[in-house]
Structures are given as C-alpha cells and as structure tokens.
Design a protein around this ligand. Structure first.
Ligand SMILES: [Zn+2]
Length: 135
C-alpha cells in the first residue's frame, strides 16, 4: 500500500496510514496543499466526517477524496508541520514548522475540536504520546 510522489510517500504508520517525507524540508517550506471540495459550514455539519478542514467561520474544505494526499497526515501533539489557512485564495497549505528529514512522518496539530471528538475517546497514538506511554 504505497503511493509515491516525488516529495512525499503514503505508507503505514502507527496510527494507520500516514504521510512521510521523501526529501528534506526546511522550516517554513511548503509541503502539500489540503485540497477538496469547498462547502458551507452548514453542509459540513450535515456531512460530518473526519476530513473536514475548517477554513473560516463559513467555509469548510471536505478533503475526503483520495487525491487529497494531505488527508493522510496524522495528528501530532508535537508536530513538525502546521496548517495555514489562506482565506483569500481559499486554500490550506501544510508548512514545515521545523526541519523534516526523509523518512520522517509529517504531522500537524488537528486542533481541539477534532481532538475532543476523535482522539480523546480512543487515546492519542502520535509518536510523542506513545513514547511517553500516555493513553
Ligand atoms: Zn499525541
């Protein structure tokens, strides 16, 4: 189950599939765009799902399509990437927060809403939590 692009690889991680660097990223580098269908906040509530990315108060990106490679990025409590919403261009970019080496799994902080709904009930499986032995 491998998908390859030049800079990124989707493969199995401890939390299901994950997105891994296949090259080095420097701090601030653009990694990938979170793409999907732009829908209203109301529509997002109706649809639900794990791949909704809140762009602003009224609009949400539904990134469930498989060609949205950024959907494979897992949550991390000490992430090496961050999501940046560009409301003018209606885009979400994933940027490196620090240097990322080839083979590193890319993670960003999903935020409190997602955490409470999808992570808290099952326990966080990100690398830093597993290393600390937390649940
Ligand atoms: Zn964690």
């Amino acid at each position: 189950m491998k998908k390859k692009s030049e800079k990124l690889i989707v493969k199995r991680s401890r939390a299901g599939l994950g997105l891994f660097a296949n090259t080095e990223f420097k701090r601030g580098d653009f990694i990938v765009e979170y793409t999907g269908e732009l829908i209203s906040d109301e529509e997002a509530d109706n649809r639900g799902g794990k791949y909704l990315f809140i762009l602003n108060k009224k609009q949400v990106i539904d990134g469930k399509r498989r060609n949205n490679i950024a959907r494979y990025i897992n949550h991390g409590c000490t992430p090496n990437a961050e999501a940046e919403s560009d409301e003018d261009e209606m885009k979400v970019r994933i940027l490196a927060r620090r240097k990322i080496l080839p083979g590193d799994e890319i993670t960003y902080d999903y935020g409190k809403e997602y955490w409470d709904e999808y992570i808290k009930p099952f326990g966080c499986r990100c690398t830093s939590c597993l290393n600390l032995g937390k649940k």
